[in-house]
Design a protein around this ligand. Structure first.
Ligand code: TXA
Ligand code: MG
Length: 349
């Protein structure tokens, strides 16, 4: 099931994809569950394996900006073309661009839409596999739908087990949080999902105000051709254990403390809020994000890289409740807080 990504295994993976099978691939963000984006039957298997809603479109991966026409209409119209040139510098890398779709991409990749989300992953294994394929790869995160995204090959195996023929092991993901999604189907471009490229960096590159880039979709655009990413649906990254943000406990007294369930875990994305009165001994399992070495200590990059694995460990610790402390909501902290809020919005599952 899990294979080292040597050349024979990469060739076998390309062959599996060519004949319509599924392959889980490492990327720099999270592991993806890949199929030939031109093969509707293969793409359909992704939705079955994940238990994914058929209306939720997939990201198409290509080997470089020069392969953009494999997924998008090319050349682009003049206006989005300028924005595309400004943003292609992030490729290979964790930025997904929503563009007008070409006719070759299977219809079920982007159901009902005339746009397609495209990115060039910055992972040598994903890039080598894309080079071996003469078709682009549709690949959502390789988790069961609504569960935590996988950042190791073992996470993929735990979630998808037998429904994926080959899992290529590229080690733990470098970024650990999904790509940022920006639509060029809106003018000026709009951010649809916070991710590994901070919104501030994209706004600067596009010479746009952050507020413009982050503006909500106007009603006129919330039709089928300009849907906000369904990944923005509130409950998307949830662990199975109930999770609350520490803010929800503000004002808790020690009597309320005593009413907390027996087995409580703590996820420290930021420091513990001084005005919340809970004794550290209340927690039977603590995960602290951002603990790196030397210069990396307490960095947001390290916190993002560790987030999903920490959530999975908390989920496996048979806890009644996980309390998460918020981090500063700037830069990568935007994506981390976005995922924590989604995890918190579901309650028990
Ligand atoms: O980092 C990533 O982006 C990872 C790796 C595997 O590349 N992939 C990933 O895919 O996060 P997934 O399926 O978990 O999230 C894809 C998101 C969904 O929220 C989907 O709604 C949105 O992309 N999306 C796909 N096509 C779109 C389109 N044409 N317009 C708007 N949103 C789109
Ligand atoms: Mg996903």
């Amino acid at each position: 099931m899990i294979f080292p990504p040597d050349e024979p295994n990469l060739a076998a993976a390309a062959e599996t994809l060519r004949r319509g099978g599924l392959v889980a691939i490492p990327t720099e963000t999270v592991y993806g569950l890949a199929a030939n984006a031109y093969d509707a039957d293969a793409v359909a298997k992704i939705f079955v394996a994940k238990g994914r809603a058929a209306v939720n479109p997939l990201i198409v991966h290509v080997a470089g900006p020069e392969q953009i026409s494999r997924a998008a209409q090319w050349p682009l119209e003049e206006a989005p073309g300028g924005y595309f040139d400004a943003l292609r510098v992030f490729w290979p890398g964790p930025l997904t661009l929503v563009l007008p779709k070409n006719d070759r991409v299977a219809k079920n990749v982007t159901p009902g839409l005339d746009t397609v989300a495209v990115r060039v992953p910055a992972h040598p294994v994903a890039l080598r596999l894309l080079e071996l394929c003469d078709f682009p790869l549709a690949a959502p995160s390789a988790n069961v739908s609504l569960h935590i995204s996988p950042t190791t090959a073992e996470h993929v195996q735990g979630d998808l087990g037998d429904s994926v023929e080959i899992i290529l092991d590229g080690g733990p993901c470098e970024q650990g949080i999904e790509s940022t999604i920006v639509t060029l189907a809106a003018s000026p471009p709009r951010l649809l999902r916070h991710g590994a490229v901070p919104a501030e960096v994209i706004a600067e590159r596009l010479a746009l105000d952050l507020a413009t880039l982050l503006r909500p979709a106007p009603d006129a655009e919330s039709n089928a051709s300009a849907l906000p990413a369904p990944g923005m649906l509130s409950r998307h990254y949830a662990p199975r254990t109930r999770l609350v943000l520490a803010d929800a406990l503000r004002g808790a007294t020690s009597e309320q403390d005593a009413e907390l369930p027996h087995r409580v875990g703590l996820l420290l994305a930021g420091s513990w809020p001084a005005d919340i009165d809970l004794h550290p001994s209340r927690f039977v399992h603590i995960e602290q994000l951002g603990l790196g070495q030397g210069d990396e200590a307490n960095s947001m990059e390290v916190a993002a890289r560790q987030l999903y694995a920490a959530l999975r460990r908390l989920d496996e610790a048979r806890l009644d409740l996980v309390i998460a402390t918020p981090c500063a909501e700037t830069g990568l902290g935007r994506a981390i807080m976005d995922r924590l809020r989604r995890a918190a919005s579901g309650g028990w599952t």
